[in-house]
Design a protein around this ligand. Structure first.
Ligand code: CUA
Length: 353
């Protein structure tokens, strides 16, 4: 795909959706993704009225079109009703006689049968066209493959063509279609990025597919949209859309094995000899754990515990000491280590850039 074409599309459309978004929000605000919160890690509230990608843009266009068609029908019907009520109300000069009784009118009956049928056919055709465009079972040529696995309560993100796994922060290149395969490790989750795509259930023993073509760089938030247990609300997701060259750089960084900083040798040894490695992979150190997030480049992520906290060393200490303090019910156990051990471990983890 040529980037100039995308730039044209992006800038050509920019004024329209923004203005429309403001108008729509005035009366449809309640339907928007207003419930999406980002704990203390920031990120703001995404609005599905501010799409930054396909298919979110065409879903919004489709919804707006349906609302407009229904609004026209509503105005016509209510207008005729109001007209009838006013025009045929009881008048002072009413003679009390029964009006002429009419039984059957082919024209009227035809009209109120044919017109609704036509409306339903038109709506049906538009809907069918949208569904065909939205659902792709096979990856489009040149698309970026991403495998998304829902866990209680975090997102595993694998880039199979590039050979690495990360968590909770999806990175995508601008203007290239990403083809997502969604699976669940445990219960039903729902993958929702209000500004980028529709909602899609993530179901155990089933692979659902979704595509996204980002049209704007930046960070956009999303979250699990299907109740999946106590920390459902803290199953957040961040999407970073990069210019293609920045995305390539991010991929190259992620492909590296974990850093080995001499100063953190003790912390590394502690990590390798405690239960940490049973759940977490750190490429280049231990690759047996797959129950918890891959920590190879932990510090390249902005949040901890799937968006429950900012990712820094102080929060890591807090998290290692008592995960429930940040995320009650989290699958991560408190390791019952001494303060000194936790400090060493947090120091090591903080070096995994
Ligand atoms: Cu996963 Cu709600």
């Amino acid at each position: 795909m040529s980037s100039s074409r995308h730039r044209e599309r992006r800038f050509g459309k920019r004024a329209r959706p923004q203005a429309r978004a403001r108008a729509s929000r005035a009366f449809l605000g309640l339907l928007a993704g207003q419930g999406v919160a980002q704990a203390d890690a920031g990120g703001g509230t995404p609005s599905l009225f501010l799409p930054v990608a396909e298919p979110a843009q065409s879903i919004l266009d489709y919804g707006t079109l349906l609302v407009l068609i229904c609004a026209v029908i509503f105005v016509v019907v209510m207008g005729l009703l109001a007209l009838t009520v006013v025009r045929f109300r009881a008048s002072a000069v009413d003679d009390g006689e029964e009006p002429p009784q009419i039984y059957g009118s082919d024209q009227l009956e035809l009209a109120w049968t044919v017109v609704p049928v036509l409306i339903v056919i038109v709506l049906g055709l538009i809907t069918a066209g949208r569904i065909v465009a939205l659902q792709k079972d096979t990856p489009p040529a040149g698309s970026l493959a991403v495998r998304v696995v829902g866990h209680q309560w975090w997102w595993e993100l694998e880039y199979p063509d590039h050979g690495f796994v990360t968590a909770n922060e999806l990175h995508l290149p601008l203007g290239q279609v990403a083809f997502l395969e969604l699976e669940s490790e445990d219960v039903i989750h729902s993958f929702w990025l209000p500004q980028l795509s529709g909602k899609l259930d993530v179901i155990p023993n089933r692979t659902n597919t979704m595509w996204i073509e980002p049209q704007k760089t930046g960070m956009f938030v999303g979250q699990c949209a299907e109740y999946c247990g106590t920390q459902h609300a803290n199953m957040l997701l961040r999407v970073f859309v990069h210019a293609p060259e920045d995305f390539e750089r991010w991929v190259r960084d992620q492909q590296q094995e974990a850093r080995r900083v001499a100063a953190h040798a003790e912390g590394r040894a502690l990590f390798a000899t405690t239960a940490c490695v049973n759940c977490h992979t750190v490429r280049g150190l231990s690759e047996i754990g797959s129950f918890g997030p891959d920590l190879t480049h932990l510090m390249s992520r902005t949040t901890l515990a799937a968006g429950a906290a900012v990712n820094d060393e102080a929060r890591l200490v807090d998290w290692l000491t008592d995960p429930d303090h940040i995320k009650p019910g989290a699958r991560m156990p408190a390791m019952k280590l001494s303060d000194a051990q936790i400090a060493r471990l947090a120091g090591y983890l903080s070096s995994l850039e």
